[in-house]
Design a protein around this ligand. Structure first.
Ligand code: B12
Length: 134
């Protein structure tokens, strides 16, 4: 049997907007992913440690606080330091088109903005995983 895709849904810093993260977690679970939710107020260090301990394929950060230009680069740096080169960092939230582009250029995966189709996010993760295998 094919192994389930393991996803860590994460919230960072003082961002208390957890509605989106919960919707994302539920959608991913319904799609058959193994989902671990960090809960609120995690540091990037805590998120990367959880990703290591839980041996996830994907870190999915939901961020609506405006701190995305700090948190995503920090996660990328820590992931690199911890050797999580084969882990996808994706996410979404209140992020402008320009910033989405900048962050993706830095090395994040696709980032999803308000109104984004979560089925598209599910397909994106499945396709990424398939491509990983080849
Ligand atoms: C509801 C809400 C709140 C609620 C939060 C309730 C909760 N438990 O979540 C309450 C009232 C508590 C709140 C408080 C605050 N809020 Co507020 N809030 C909103 C609001 C109106 C809707 C957010 C929401 O729940 N949307 C519904 C969910 C389902 O959508 P979503 O999270 O965006 O997720 C979608 C996509 O973004 C994407 N997505 C998101 N994450 C991820 C992750 C992955 C992996 C993927 C694939 C996709 C994805 O997919 C989802 C589905 O399409 C937004 C404005 C808006 N229209 O977005 C402001 C907004 C986010 N809030 C804002 C602010 C400023 C605040 C406060 C600071 C206000 C204050 N001065 O007190 C506080 C902060 C509290 C805190 N500790 O964080 C600002 C943020 C500004 C910024 N980032 O630049 C916004 C944008 C309002 C505005 N226009 O100014 N808020």
């Amino acid at each position: 049997m094919q192994q389930k895709i393991r996803v860590l849904v994460a919230k960072a810093g003082l961002d208390g907007h957890d509605r989106g993260a919960k919707v994302v977690a539920a959608t991913f679970r319904d799609a058959g992913f193994e989902v671990i939710y960090t809960g609120l107020r995690q540091t990037p260090e805590m998120i990367v440690t959880a990703a290591l301990q839980e041996d996830v394929d994907v870190i999915a950060l939901s961020i609506l606080s405006g701190a995305h230009m700090t948190v995503f680069p920090r996660l990328l740096k820590l992931m690199k330091e911890q050797g999580l080169d084969d882990v996808l960092l994706t996410g979404g939230g209140i992020i402008s088109d320009e910033e989405v582009k900048k962050l993706m250029d830095m090395g994040t995966g696709r980032l999803f903005q308000p109104g984004a189709s979560l089925h598209e996010a599910v397909d994106y993760i499945r396709n990424w995983r398939m491509a990983q295998r080849h």
